[in-house]
Design a protein. Structure first.
Length: 416
């Protein structure tokens, strides 16, 4: 019993410490949000984690393996800690928004080396005896670091890192380089898709985006979800009705710039299961008269390619807002408020200026109710949505509601 108690008291601490490291590595996208200080803090934490692990394992070995010399215990503890650092990075490859990093192993090793140096001083060991075993470890680290840094996983992670940091053009180039260098890698389809996604949403070039989307469908037709996502976004480039999580709009009456009437809308992820990210969205709209909010309604929108359906609250019949193909001359009918409306796309090249700015290549959709003179014009801007609603009669066009401001939202959305 005394022997068992000794073993538990010696080996339970390193076991619990390894479990804590494993738990922290299991947290998706672990980030404090402190910017550069988050990076500094995490690197210091890495060194501390593995320095402490060396101390705990060396203590356990020294107390339970009496025939082992202190130098041997320290060397084995350092080797175990190094191997556990590698296994921890492999573990992170399976955690969302995490990934293996040779640089993290190098930082972990710095903590290991510091712990070995402290242990050498504590046991008053000759430096040559400890460092002899450490030299082999350092050689292994260098070779592993070089190989890891040159491999496909590291190259893909660098592209993802550039995208996460907002360096869109750099990420776009890295994804292309990755796909060209590793065309058969498991991440190749995603790299090609992300190159198209960045071209569409960050570089605002649909021609380039469509080339990448077509390549995903042709070269990686069985990739999931990238082939389906590429086909969907190819039909929504340009995207005149974006359903982007956290995107928001403020509209107001044109006569007073929103002082008399205002609508604040925000897009949320739909509670229903979406076929693809961005194919459904719940728009929460708050209506204001002056500064007083008098109602809020939630409306579900669903896309089938570029066709957009509105599902009003209360179980009313869904209304077709836009119908593919979104090209001049396209027509459709829809029911709303007990009336039949006929819609037609009059233009896809309008330039419109509203309070929120000037928008090019806008879609102009005109709706006319049967038996009612005149019509309603709705202008949609690429990647923004509806920016202006006006009334059109024989006497001319009169503005009604226009976009005052908007926030782009989280374009990474379901593709994090």
């Amino acid at each position: 019993m005394r022997r068992l108690a000794l073993i538990l008291s010696c080996w339970l601490p390193p076991l619990l410490w390894c479990s804590l490291i494993f738990y922290l590595s299991s947290i998706p996208g672990l980030n404090s949000g402190w910017g550069i200080w988050d990076l500094i803090f995490r690197k210091i934490a890495h060194m501390a984690e593995y320095g402490i692990l060396v101390a705990l394992v060396a203590r356990a070995l020294t107390n339970t393996w009496t025939a082992l010399a202190p130098a041997g215990a320290i060397g084995l503890a350092a080797a175990f800690s190094f191997l556990y650092a590698i296994s921890d990075e492999i573990h992170q490859a399976f955690v969302p928004n995490r990934g293996p990093s040779a640089s993290d192993v190098a930082v972990d090793t710095v903590g290991i080396v510091i712990a070995v140096w402290i242990a050498r001083r504590f046991f008053r060991l000759k430096e040559e005896r400890v460092l002899a075993s450490m030299k082999k470890l350092v050689v292994i680290i260098i070779v592993a670091g070089v190989l890891a840094g040159c491999g496909p996983d590291a190259a893909f992670k660098r592209a993802r890192g550039a995208e996460a940091k907002g360096r869109a053009y750099e990420a776009w180039q890295k994804y292309q380089a990755f796909a060209a260098r590793f065309p058969d890698d498991k991440n190749a389809a995603e790299a090609v898709f992300r190159a198209g996604w960045l071209a569409q949403n960050e570089l605002a070039d649909c021609g380039v985006a469509l080339a990448f989307y077509d390549r995903v469908g042709q070269k990686y037709p069985g990739s999931d979800p990238w082939a389906g996502a590429a086909a969907f976004h190819a039909q929504n480039c340009p995207d005149y009705f974006p359903l982007v999580p956290k995107m928001s709009w403020v509209e107001g009456d044109s006569d007073t710039g929103g002082r008399n009437a205002r609508i604040e809308s925000a897009c949320q992820v739909s509670s229903t299961s979406a076929r693809l990210p961005f194919s459904t969205g719940l728009l929460s709209r708050s209506y204001f008269a002056g500064t007083n909010k008098f109602k809020t309604i939630d409306v579900l929108y669903r896309k089938e390619g570029a066709t957009v359906w509105e599902h009003p609250a209360g179980g009313e019949t869904p209304r077709m807002v836009l119908k593919a193909p979104l090209e001049e001359g396209a027509r459709w009918t829809a029911q709303a408020g007990g009336r039949t409306y006929k819609y037609e796309i009059l233009s896809t090249t309008r330039t419109v200026t509203v309070s929120a700015g000037t928008f090019e290549r806008c879609l102009l959709v005109q709706g006319r109710a049967e038996g009612v003179p005149g019509g309603t014009n709705e202008y949609y801007a690429p990647s923004v949505g509806r920016i202006l609603t006006s009334f059109s009669t024989d006497a001319g066009e009169r503005r009604n509601i226009e976009l005052l401001s908007y926030q782009p939202g989280d374009t990474a959305g379901g593709y994090k």
